[in-house]
Ligand binder design. Structure first.
Ligand code: NDP
Length: 262
């Protein structure tokens, strides 16, 4: 028998699926035959992705335009999931962002609010509601949070973003503790530098500045992280990854990076 469990027919919910790691996770789970429920604010990108995976993998899907900062929108989305997909097996809490790289005393409080509301509160809104769905259905479930190595230690200009990812780390632990007597696993996947729209968003659309982040280093790709999320989800029922950090070859932590030709 295969060591890994099959995800065929499982219902997987991915937040922040319109780009980067979330989009790659949707494709990776669809390839395994899982049904996909996914959301973000950019509904056009979600529709495009939905067409792509239904054509290619013939899996069932449900998409929604959701701002994870709104508890009302999160509740409405979860309540709209059709019956055949409503028993969620796996939640990937991926929606998140960094905004700005200023010293905290020069930072924009609006950026702080957006990061805290998205990365912490949005993740909590989905986790509480989906955990209750899993508990009601007696599902052998899994909540997979996309944290960051930024949650292990701060870097210059990253105080608030790093704090939100430290919160994801501790929330993951807290959820695992609260669910210890239930058949639900909780994992924190903490990537290092991954080339997605992340830096374009951080620098408010300054693409030149975003490109420089990855100068002289081969960063991780969204697909690299999606394969690790998939691996985490496919482990046997009794095996639970608490936390997994992953960096490119030439990155040791969020401060130590070796760049070629520098
Ligand atoms: P992208 O910018 O490519 O993707 C971010 C996704 O989050 C988009 O789909 C975006 O969708 C969604 N999102 C942002 N805000 C909201 C919101 N309020 N409501 C719903 N969805 C939202 O970046 P990544 O793929 O890199 O980021 C994914 C996760 O990975 C984040 O949590 C990030 O912190 C984490 N991470 C990334 C690293 C990296 O180097 N790239 C390293 C470590 C962690 P839309 O705008 O359509 O709403």
């Amino acid at each position: 028998m295969d060591y890994f469990r099959s995800l065929r027919g499982k219902n997987v919910l991915v937040t922040g699926a319109s780009s980067g790691i979330g989009e790659a996770c949707v494709k990776a789970f669809a390839r395994e035959g899982a049904n996909l429920i996914f959301c973000a604010r950019n509904i056009d990108k979600l529709k495009y992705l939905e067409n792509e995976i239904t054509d290619k993998y013939r899996v069932k899907t449900f998409i929604g335009k959701v701002d994870v900062r709104s508890l009302e929108q999160v509740n409405h989305f979860l309540a709209s999931i059709p019956d055949e997909l409503s028993k969620i097996d796996i939640l990937v809490n991926n929606a998140g962002l960094a905004l700005g790289l200023e010293k905290f005393y020069e930072g924009d409080p609006d950026d702080w609010d957006t990061m805290i509301d998205t990365n912490i509160k949005g993740l909590l809104y989905f986790s509480k509601n989906v955990a209750n769905i899993m508990l009601k259905n007696n599902t052998r479930g899994h909540i997979i949070n996309i944290g960051s190595i930024a949650g292990l230690g701060a870097y210059p200009g990253g105080a608030v973003y790093c704090a939100t990812k430290a919160a994801v780390r501790i929330l993951t632990d807290g959820m695992r503790i609260d669910l210890v007597d239930k058949p639900i696993k909780v994992s924190n996947i903490a990537p290092g530098m991954t080339e997605t729209n992340f830096s374009n968003t951080r620098f408010h659309g300054d693409n030149e500045r975003a490109k420089k982040v990855y100068k002289g280093i081969k960063p991780l790709s969204a697909e690299d992280i999606a394969e690790i999320v998939l691996f985490t989800a496919k482990l046997p029922e009794h095996v639970q990854i608490g936390e997994l950090t992953v960096t490119p070859l030439h990155q040791s932590n969020s401060m130590v990076i070796f760049r070629e030709n520098e």
